[in-house]
Ligand binder design. Structure first.
Ligand SMILES: [Zn+2]
Length: 256
């Protein structure tokens, strides 16, 4: 599988050495022990490109360490591990901006349904269409170490970037085959509707009910962190995510 063309991303000198990556990725990426040797080797190739060629920025005097780059890049690479076009899905990511902790958005924000607010908006990550991905390191590092909680801002924000590839943040990523696309939309729409009724407890946290884009991002988090409970609770949703990502994490050996 090709690694992808990222020639327009500048080469960076402040990155982990290639020979440090196996140790760093093994430390931060929960599914690492579940991957085959071929998958590990390819994942490391993807991570190596991301840590060196993606533009990395630190917010507010913070410093982005090699370990932080490796952690963020490993989660981004995990999502596209089985795609044919390698890192091409992230070609529009202008930079990754790492904040030390919660990011507070100020100014007027659109809430949807014609509503606006001027309230401060604390967030732990954000994916901006054709712009940067922002993440809070304290949230990202905590969640990377506690996958059984089923939350991971890194999977979440890079899932948004996959969703945005068709120009819309609508919860439906690029799926070329019509019948697979139709099935994806049908299953996600039905799952979101059921989740909004709150009829039964779910492994998907309530934030998934915000809109279809957040549903896809939250479902992706759970697919990669708690795949077995997701498959048990909603086999149809697990199935369309498995077919889209071309990975079967519940079929691998347990990650924790
Ligand atoms: Zn989101």
């Amino acid at each position: 599988m090709p690694v992808g063309l990222l020639r327009f991303w500048r080469r960076s000198v402040d990155a982990p050495d290639t020979d440090q990556l196996p140790r760093l990725v093994a430390r931060w990426l929960a599914p690492w022990p579940t991957l085959t040797n071929d998958e590990r080797e390819y994942l490391l190739e993807l991570v190596d490109v991301l840590v060196h060629e993606l533009r990395w920025e630190a917010a507010n005097g913070f410093e982005v360490t090699p370990a932080m780059r490796a952690c963020v890049a490993a989660h981004a690479a995990m999502l596209v591990l089985s795609f044919d076009d390698g890192l091409d899905s992230y070609r529009d990511v202008s930079s990754v901006i790492v904040h030390p902790s919660t990011i507070v958005r100020k100014g007027t924000k659109y809430l949807g349904d014609g509503l606006f607010t001027d309230d401060d908006d604390p967030i732990i990550g954000e994916a901006i269409h054709k712009g940067p991905v922002l993440v809070s390191w304290d949230a990202a590092s905590f969640q990377a170490r506690t996958p059984d909680r089923g939350e991971n801002v890194l999977y979440h924000e890079f899932a948004h970037r996959l969703d945005m590839l068709d120009g819309m943040s609508d919860g439906t990523p690029l799926i070329p085959a019509d019948d697979q696309f139709d099935e994806f939309v049908r299953v996600c729409t039905d799952s979101l509707r059921r989740l909004r009724r709150h009829e039964e407890p779910s492994v998907l946290r309530n934030y998934a009910t915000t809109n279809p884009a957040e549903f896809f991002a939250v479902a992706t988090e759970v697919f990669f962190t708690r795949p077995v409970p997701l498959r048990e609770e909603n086999p149809a949703l697990y199935g369309v995510l498995r077919d889209y990502f071309r990975q079967d994490p519940a079929g691998r050996r347990p990650m924790y």
